[in-house]
Design a protein around this ligand. Structure first.
Ligand SMILES: [Zn+2]
Length: 271
C-alpha cells in the first residue's frame, strides 16, 4: 500500500512538471523539490542539422458534432533531438537499444560538474579529467553508480539555434559548422576506466563537442553500456550532489535513442 502511495505521488509530480511537495506528502518523501530537466517538444525544438525536426499535426481540436470537446494530434521526429537519450547501440554495435537499457541505469543519485565559466570563454570547450578531479577535491570521490551531469551553461541559448549550435544551417553544411562544448575523449576514458558511473548527461546537442569528427566520447562511453542524455535543461537549478535523477526515455523497440523525460529530486535537508 505504501509503495502504491509513493508511486501515485511520483506520478502526480511527473504529470504536473516541477513542483514542491504538499505538506501531507512530506511524511512519505523527504522534503525537497522536483526539477524538470527536459525541454518541451515543438516545431522549433533543436534537432541535429541532418535530422527531421519535431512535427505535430492536428487530427482534431474542437467541438464534435455530439457537442463535446475533443483534441488529438500525431507527432513525428528523429530519435536524436530535443532532450533525448543516446542508447549504447547508437555508437556500439550489438549493445543495448533504448528499450533494453535496465531501469536501474536510468534512476540514481547524480553529481553535477559545472564548467559554464570555461565554456563561456571557449564555445569549443571540452570537459577534461582535470574538471572531474577538481570536483572530487571539493566534494569527494564520484560515488559508484552515480549519474554524471555536465553543466556548460548552454541551455540559456536554447531558443537561439545560432548561439546553441554555432550555426543555423541544415544538412552536412550545418554539421561542419557546429560549435558547442562537450566531453573530451580523454575524460570519457578516465570516467569509464576509473569510476563506475551509470549514465552521463549534458546541456548541449552532443556528448562530443560540436567540432568532433570521430565521436570518440560517444564510442568510449557506449562501448561500456553508458547511455548519454543530451540537450538537458535546468542544470543551473541543481546542486553539486543531487539526491535522485529519473531519466525515462520513450521505449522504442530496437531504437538507438529517443525523446527523454528527465527529472531531478533535490533534497532540501542536504542543500
Ligand atoms: Zn543523440
Amino acid at each position: 500500500m505504501k509503495t502504491l502511495t509513493i508511486i501515485v505521488i511520483i506520478y502526480g509530480v511527473l504529470v504536473s512538471g516541477c513542483s514542491r511537495l504538499a505538506p501531507t506528502e512530506r511524511n512519505l518523501f523527504p522534503a525537497g523539490e522536483w526539477v524538470d530537466l527536459s525541454h518541451d517538444f515543438a516545431a522549433d525544438t533543436i534537432y541535429w542539422p541532418t535530422a527531421e525536426p519535431f512535427k505535430l499535426e492536428t487530427v482534431a481540436a474542437g467541438k464534435t458534432d455530439a457537442g463535446y470537446y475533443y483534441s488529438a494530434y500525431q507527432f513525428s521526429a528523429a530519435e536524436h533531438g530535443g532532450t533525448h537519450i543516446d542508447a549504447p547501440v547508437h555508437f556500439a554495435e550489438g549493445r543495448e537499444s533504448v528499450d533494453q537499457i535496465p531501469l536501474d541505469r536510468l534512476i540514481s543519485a547524480a553529481i553535477k560538474v559545472d564548467v559554464s565559466e570555461k565554456a563561456k570563454a571557449d564555445r569549443d570547450y571540452q570537459v577534461s579529467a582535470a574538471d572531474f578531479e577538481a570536483w572530487e577535491t571539493q566534494n569527494g570521490r564520484i560515488p559508484d553508480g552515480a549519474i554524471v551531469l555536465l553543466q556548460t551553461g548552454w541551455s540559456e541559448h536554447w531558443n537561439d539555434r545560432m548561439k546553441y549550435l554555432g550555426t543555423d544551417k541544415r544538412g552536412a553544411e550545418g554539421v561542419a559548422e557546429l560549435h558547442f562544448p562537450g566531453l573530451a575523449p580523454e575524460a570519457a576514458r578516465w570516467l569509464s576506466e576509473n569510476r563506475k558511473i551509470k549514465a552521463i548527461g549534458l546541456d548541449t546537442a552532443s556528448i562530443d563537442y560540436g567540432q568532433s569528427k570521430l565521436f570518440e566520447s560517444h564510442r568510449i562511453l557506449m562501448g561500456q553500456d553508458i547511455p548519454a542524455f543530451e540537450n538537458v535543461a535546468n542544470l543551473d537549478r541543481l546542486p553539486a550532489k543531487v539526491a535522485m535523477v529519473i531519466a525515462m526515455p520513450m521505449k522504442i523497440r530496437g531504437g538507438s535513442g529517443g525523446p527523454l523525460r528527465i527529472i531531478a529530486f533535490v533534497d532540501r535537508a542536504k542543500n
